[in-house]
Design a protein around this ligand. Sequence first.
Ligand code: FAD
Length: 424
Amino acid sequence: MKYLIIGNSIAGVSAAKVIRRQDKNGDITIITKEAYPFYSKCLLPYYLRNEVAFDETILADENFYKENNISLIKGRAATKIIADKNKVVLDNSEEILYDKLLIAAGASPVQIGEGPNIFSLRSFEDVEKIKAAALIPPNPPLLKGGWGDYKKVVVVGAGPMGMKIAYGLKGLGCNVTVLEAGKQVFTRILSKRAAFILTKHLMNKAIEIRTGCRFISYDGKQVQIKGASPIEADFVVMAIGVKPNINFLKESGIKINAGVIVDSYMRTNIDNIYAAGDAAEAFDPVTKRYTINATWPSAVLEGETAGYNMAGIETQIKGNVSSNSIQFFGLSFVSAGLLESDELPIEEEIIDEDIPKNLFKRLVFLHDRLIGFEFLGDVQNTGIYLDILKEQKDISQIKNRLSYLDFDYGKVLKFTGTEERFFL
Ligand SMILES: Cc1cc2nc3c(=O)[nH]c(=O)nc-3n(C[C@H](O)[C@H](O)[C@H](O)COP(=O)(O)OP(=O)(O)OC[C@H]3O[C@@H](n4cnc5c(N)ncnc54)[C@H](O)[C@@H]3O)c2cc1C
């Protein structure tokens, strides 16, 4: 069996590992347009900040591919899929045949405006460009601190990506302003209340956050903002979202919406072609909709599920909910599911908070099901809540016991009788 995987990141590699476990002799090839082995994109902001070294971001070195007998084609992009001939064409016109194909091509940042000093962050190359811009000496040279001290940077977008980039740049000593068109930071992954607490914390760390500010353009010197005075910036980093890498699928016959449409087996409309990760639109058990959960844990789950099915072990995806876990300047938060939404009414919420201590815990319910939660400050036990969210079971009996800041897992277990009843 010839397995071909487009994408050498978490979705593709997760699939390859599962395939190798199930099929010791199959022929596995992974293609990546990047020049590197598999690395952690989640660590890039910390690499930007010089908190982790290049080597620490590498998740699978050359040995991994050797030991698992996987051929890795680096620095080559797939440009076309000819599905009726089971063939992928590369950017050097080479053609590769497959029996089973996985599209795990991920996503790219959405960019408004172009110019030498407008960046985004998705890869190592991107980090190097941003670092260079942050550290190039100013003219005339100044005497104080590191070069980064003198750079004024505008980050556009206050979602997880924008805020992590801001955190990274602050670590280089830059003067960072974050612009957000919406009313709060982390719009999709935190409620207004939690966002308020976090913003206060970040402002204390000298990251300026301007909400309700829409970026219009950047001319290399000034950022124009809708309805407000321009601000000076040495460079701009865009973090306004990502779009799946699916352009090369045009004319392939593979059905696409925002991403590649897959069923619960991660199979596309074409029998031997699968998709996973940021490129795929998969079923979310909370919203009961097909959506792109562009997070690392989702890419693992989707990649593994695709891998099983490609290797002939029929497996449906389970518990593919969106979740985020972030730590900034000593304050952690974890959130998952729906927190404020027009899609589903929020029937009931339970909040427990201790604001002076930066502690906040909120659970959101619909028809006695947990549909979302957010914890700020103390993020212990979130795994339990994530399990409950994934299960989507009636939890009316234990609902109130889940809410307290001093939550005791033992009490819930005692009440429910057995662990299996709720958590398996
Ligand atoms: C800076 C940063 C920080 C992040 N932090 C977090 C976090 O803290 N928590 C979290 O859950 N998520 C985080 N994410 C998101 C997470 O990294 C992604 O959800 C995850 O990487 C998606 O994995 P993927 O395998 O689908 O795609 P990607 O990681 O995007 O990888 C896509 C792969 O496809 C290859 N490729 C693309 N097009 C082609 C082509 N045409 N031909 C050949 N190869 C191709 C690329 O070279 C790459 O190997 C972060 C992302 C970034 C960029």
